[in-house]
Write a protein that binds this ligand. Structure first.
Ligand code: NAD
Ligand code: IPM
Ligand code: MN
Length: 369
């Protein structure tokens, strides 16, 4: 008899399309769990603009505590329309987006992995020429709990705006190690992206990456690009990259750029690791422009759930099955943002339909002799 494992997952649907992509993903996970011999206890929690309106804070204390006490956190997306909106006039510490930063910091998830893959047979979904997009398989390793997102001083007065970009040595060392370790499991190459020609904080970043490489990872190939050139090269020859490691702000920008290479911002998942509990979220926002129409692409969230199964819950076979089913559904007929005809619900049904009836249990460890 196969043992049934129970996993406790904190689920943060969020705002606008957040609950739409989370509902789709939860339906998929609920179909998957019994076939993979797991029980998933999925607990929805208030987070984001809705939490601010109901509880006065985008990241309520109870949500924080429940996330720390869970085995993994699965998040949709939060925030309001980008124009004038009451949420955008809140003091910085209550801004909805500050809730995300607070959660990342609280969980200590300094390493944000954003895999960008153009799957064979799905090149036609890319806005780039198929021969340029073909073979794209890069991993963006974004530093997530430091840099200009968190540096002090930070100030917005009528006469002066200040943000501070700062990295401590240990912060660069640990994210560099994540990138080099990942490269060893992949193509063996790391590209560190910075702005060392202008910024002291970037020259520091580069010096530390070089030192970690020399001392600990001489078997991995390392090169460096300035961020402006990196943006251009990612579009011009995306398949030439293996692992990219970069600071918080550069990683935010480059990952939206890279996300559209497979076809849509709605496709890209992420895993944020490095603390006791991992955080798994699509890289896109709450897309108020399409919310409520039932057309949001749930793939980024479904693939984030797959990363959660693999990296957060140790359920590699279930993760593989979910990724394969998503790929099958995409090849068959994708969502509208990709030029397909399926709404969120129909796409979700197709993913569930493509799941195997049973997912093989991991091989049992050999009995002691
Ligand atoms: P966005 O990512 O929400 O949307 C950008 C564009 O991509 C929009 O045209 C949108 O319709 C489209 N898009 C995004 N996700 C999609 C999906 N799953 N399916 C189909 N199309 C999709 O970025 P924005 O408009 O700059 O920001 C909107 C709000 O989201 C803001 O409040 C912002 O701060 C917030 N935001 C939150 C997160 C997060 O929760 N992790 C991430 C980024 C932005
Ligand atoms: C992302 C988002 C967030 C970020 C914002 C909404 C705080 O853009 O996850 O990419 O900048 O990290
Ligand atoms: Mn972003």
């Amino acid at each position: 008899m196969r043992a049934v494992t129970t996993h406790r997952v904190a689920v943060l649907p969020g705002d606008f399309i957040g609950p739409e992509v989370i509902d789709a993903t939860v339906a998929t996970l609920e179909a998957l769990a019994p076939r993979a011999g797991m029980v998933l206890e999925l607990t929805p929690l208030p987070f984001g603009g809705g939490a601010y309106d109901a509880h006065g804070h985008p990241l309520p204390e109870a949500t924080k505590a429940a996330c720390s006490a869970s085995d993994a956190v699965l998040m949709g997306s939060v925030g309001g329309p980008v124009g004038d909106h009451p949420w955008n006039r809140l003091p910085r510490e209550l801004r909805i987006e500050s809730g995300i930063l607070g959660l990342r910091k609280h969980l200590g998830v300094f390493a944000n992995l954003r895999p960008v893959t153009v799957f064979p047979g799905l090149e036609h979904l890319s806005p780039l020429k198929a021969e340029v997009a073909s073979g794209t398989d890069m991993l963006i390793v974004r530093e997530l709990t430091g840099g200009i997102y968190f540096g002090k001083p930070s100030q917005n007065t009528p006469e002066r705006g200040v943000s501070t970009d700062v990295y401590e040595r240990f912060e660069v060392e640990r994210i560099a190690r994540v990138a080099f370790e990942a490269a060893r499991q992949r193509g063996g190459r790391v590209t560190s992206v910075d702005k060392a020609n202008v910024l002291d904080v970037s020259q520091f970043w580069r010096d530390v990456v070089i030192k970690v490489h020399e001392d600990e990872y001489p078997d991995v190939a390392l090169d460096h690009l300035y961020v402006d050139n990196a943006a251009m090269q990612i579009v011009r020859q995306p398949a030439s990259f293996d692992v990219i490691v970069t600071a918080n702000l550069f990683g935010d920008i480059l990952s939206d750029l890279a996300a559209v290479i497979p076809g849509s911002l709605g496709l890209l998942p992420s895993a944020s690791l490095g603390g006791d509990v991992g955080l798994f979220e699509p890289i896109h926002g709450s897309a108020p422009d399409i919310a409520g129409q039932g057309i949001a692409n749930p793939v980024g969230t479904m693939l984030s759930a797959a990363l959660m199964l693999r990296h957060g819950l140790g359920e590699g076979a279930a993760a593989d099955a979910l990724e394969t089913a998503v790929r099958t559904a995409l090849a068959d007929d994708p969502t509208r943002d990709l030029g397909g005809s399926r709404a969120t619900a129909a796409f979700t049904d197709a993913v569930i339909e493509a799941l195997p009836r049973e997912i093989a249990a991991p091989a049992a460890p050999a009995a002691p002799a």
